[in-house]
Design a protein around this ligand. Structure first.
Ligand code: DAH
Length: 346
């Protein structure tokens, strides 16, 4: 038996095949259930104990060599085929990974979609702004704390001979676009302005120095607080779900009077109270109010004839509520493990 195995070892090592059929014959002859190796293992049962060790080792070597030879011949054949045809048509194609939209982009598009359905247009303004559009025309008093260096990134102060010095800064809110729209259009005005804003804040889970807002503005004759409320209710239900409730709490902004903040009922606990809504059942979404007559007049709109409402919200905040994201920094890190989760969102 030892001699037979030794002969087969030599035979296997010197074998070659020309085509898949010959390869299959090789497999049948040596490796199949009825092949030589199977027979030898069967015979091995009758080998006397004293020879078992030596023969067993040789037999295992033969099995290993035959398997390796089979795999090597198979690869050789495939490579040969590939060379002949140029390509291996049986090879599965490389998977290519689809990109995804950024969650801020998804929510921005959705906001635009919701408001354009009820007649709002989209307008944009510059990110590098002047004090006049960001503060003065919006009825901020000269010493208002929002103008403070700690909040606002100032770029430079332009002084010209015929006008007083003017600060150039990065806009701290998209309300500046309201001013530009009112200066350039006549009522009726119905517009939203999405965009990037900048504030000198320490970066944390809840604050960032760059974020996004959407501003809304509606100016016409007889626009009332009831119109504001109903518009916001429509928005909240489109954005967060049909059964969403809203509540308006009195607040203060220099450019609106009266002013309010809007909360939506917490979707996570259904209003019963949970960690996310800090057990209140409500989540704060946006600021809003009736456009202050001083703002209308500053933009040359007759405040006796026209009234209007405005609102402004953070897109990151809306996305956080919609997707249950609890850390603002995730939006800016571009970690694929985060972004990949929005693949099917839109
Ligand atoms: N500009 C405000 C902010 O950045 C948000 C805001 C509040 C905008 C009330 C408005 C408004 O148009 O009416 O916090």
């Amino acid at each position: 038996m030892l001699q037979k195995i030794t002969d087969l070892l030599i035979e296997v090592s010197s074998l070659s095949v020309k085509n898949p059929e010959e390869l299959e014959l090789f497999r049948l002859k040596y490796l199949s259930k009825k092949g030589l190796l199977s027979d030898l293992f069967e015979d091995f049962k009758n080998v006397p104990g004293s020879e078992k060790k030596e023969i067993g080792q040789k037999l295992n070597l033969l099995k290993q060599n035959a398997l390796e030879k089979y795999n090597a011949l198979k690869t050789e054949l495939l490579n040969h085929e590939e060379k002949e045809n140029g390509t291996d048509l049986t090879r599965p194609s490389f998977p290519f990974s689809l990109g995804s939209r950024h969650p801020i982009s998804i929510v921005r598009t959705e906001l635009i979609d919701i408001f354009t359905r009820i007649g709002f247009t989209v307008s944009e303004g510059p990110e590098i702004e002047d004090d006049d559009h960001v503060f003065t025309k919006l009825n901020f008093a000269p010493e208002h704390p929002a103008r403070d260096m700690q909040d606002t990134f100032y770029i430079s102060r332009i002084s010209s001979e015929d006008s007083s010095p003017e600060d150039i800064l990065l806009r701290t809110h998209t309300s500046s676009v309201q001013v530009r729209v009112m200066q350039n259009q006549k009522p009726p005005i119905r517009t939203i302005s999405p965009g990037r804003v900048f504030r000198n804040e320490a970066i944390s889970a809840r604050a960032h120095c760059i974020f996004h807002q959407v501003e809304g503005l509606y100016i016409d004759e007889n626009v009332s607080f009831a119109d504001l409320r109903q518009t916001l209710l429509f928005f909240a239900r489109e954005m967060f779900g049909e059964d969403t409730e809203i509540r308006l709490r009195p607040s203060y902004f220099p450019f609106t009077e009266p002013s309010a903040e809007m909360d939506v009922s917490c979707k996570i606990c259904g209003g019963k109270g949970c960690n996310v809504c800090k057990h209140t059942g409500w989540l704060e979404v946006l600021g809003c109010g009736m456009v202050h007559p001083n703002v209308l007049e500053a933009c040359k709109i007759d405040s006796k004839k026209y009234t209007g409402f405005a609102f402004g919200m953070g897109i990151e905040r809306a996305a956080m509520l919609k997707y249950g994201v609890n850390d603002l920094r995730l939006y800016f890190e571009n970690d694929l493990r985060f972004l990949d989760q929005f693949k099917s969102a839109f």
